[in-house]
Design a protein. Structure first.
Length: 388
């Protein structure tokens, strides 16, 4: 009896030791998984959005070793009377308004600061689109009408087999992907757990098998399409997205502080939403696009790509949203008005007619409410008029 009890105790101790070792080994993954589950909670969302590197794997972009690009201070603009109400209602954390390349308004809210590197969410998609324009211009990709599998052959046999680069740029791949952030089991949330647990984003894309339409025939916002764009660029160049961004876009623009991407467990950048920058640097990127891809007398992004990517070209429903190559246009947008947009209220708004760029970051848990997005566009237009 005593011998049996002793063996039982010894077995229990061994089990406890194994569990403890496993817990230590898995601690980082468990921590990241908990971080995903509480990422958007009311008490944590503002802090999380300025400190994403505290909970997720990351890959850095290079520090700016050259000259900081100027963003001169202009005269303070007369602010709309309802601006503060909008800031409060939409949980704005940062707002930068440029007119003709000069700062006309800059403010930070909810305890955040100018130095915060803020999560882009899907604003990052527009950065990747810009990089696609550069790679095309270099001839490393022959045409956006090439199949994605020409440059990412691991996608052969999956849902993306048959889709062209143009299709994924337009969010018209026809791949079935549930983007419901409120459904724990949706594809977008499963993808978030892949990221948190340090698994492979490429593997996630390769494992998708279902489609709902032929490529190019229907528009549906599918975030994983943007990851496929990243796979195409990496396959065509043999280089990582951060390296290419450093050399061709961000490194040329003299950003204030070294940006970083969230990454998966294979050091592959989370290009569809994981870029982290200061808000002034988001504004710099928008200003470069407003100037036709020019920044400090050098052509950063080809002018023809800037034009092609920021006009409606996707097969969206007439009278509804409009979409280009990873850039948005409002249904009633005049020529030269377009924006990058991320969940929870991240924007780069460009108004070429008035020479205005607006960068806004938010922690807006009500971003899906009826009228929330429309109220943002209306405020941006009001600010653009006020900046004249």
């Amino acid at each position: 009896m005593k011998t049996g009890m002793k063996r039982l105790v010894q077995g229990a101790l061994v089990l406890l030791i194994l569990l403890a070792v496993t817990a230590i080994w898995k601690r980082e993954k468990i921590t990241r998984l908990f971080a995903v589950n509480s990422l958007f909670s009311q008490e944590k969302i503002v802090t999380n959005f300025s400190n994403m590197n505290a909970a997720f794997l990351t890959v850095p972009l290079a520090e700016n070793t050259g000259t900081l690009s100027p963003l001169p201070q202009g005269n303070d603009m007369d602010l709309p009377q309802d601006l503060q109400g909008w800031i409060d209602a939409r949980a704005i954390t940062a707002l930068v308004v440029l007119k003709d390349g000069e700062i006309r308004h800059e403010s930070y809210h909810l305890g955040t600061a100018a130095e915060d590197k803020r999560i882009s969410w899907s604003v990052a998609k527009s950065f990747l689109s810009a990089l696609m324009g550069v790679v095309l211009d270099q001839g490393l990709i022959a045409s956006i009408d090439d199949p994605v599998t020409r440059y990412a052959p691991s996608l052969i046999g999956g849902a993306y087999d048959g889709a062209s680069i143009r299709n994924v740029l337009n969010m018209a791949s026809g791949v079935r992907f549930d983007e419901d952030y409120l459904d724990f089991n949706s594809d977008i949330n499963r993808m978030g757990r892949v990221l948190a647990l340090g698994k492979s984003m490429d593997g996630f894309a390769e494992d998708l098998t279902e489609t709902f339409a032929s490529p190019g025939t229907e528009w549906q916002y599918v975030s994983i399409d943007t990851h496929v764009i990243g796979m195409v660029i990496r396959g065509a160049t043999g280089r990582s997205i951060p390296d290419l961004m450093n050399e061709h876009i961000i490194g040329k623009m003299g950003f204030e502080a070294a940006p970083y991407y969230l990454s998966d467990g294979e050091d592959v950048a989370f290009v569809l939403g994981g870029l982290n920058l200061r808000t002034r640097d988001y504004a710099r990127f928008g200003q470069m696009f407003l100037q036709g891809g020019m920044w400090q007398d050098q052509q950063v992004v080809p002018a023809d790509w800037v034009k092609a990517s920021t006009v409606p070209s996707a097969p969206t429903t007439p009278g509804n949203r409009q979409y280009g190559f990873q850039w948005w246009m409002a249904p009633d947008a005049p020529d030269g008005e377009y924006f990058a947009r991320g969940i929870y209220g991240q924007y780069i708004f460009v108004d070429q007619r008035n020479g205005v760029v607006i960068a806004a970051n938010s922690a807006d848990r009500g971003f899906r409410e009826d009228g929330a997005h429309r109220s943002n566009i209306e405020m941006f237009r009001t600010l653009a008029r006020a900046a004249q």
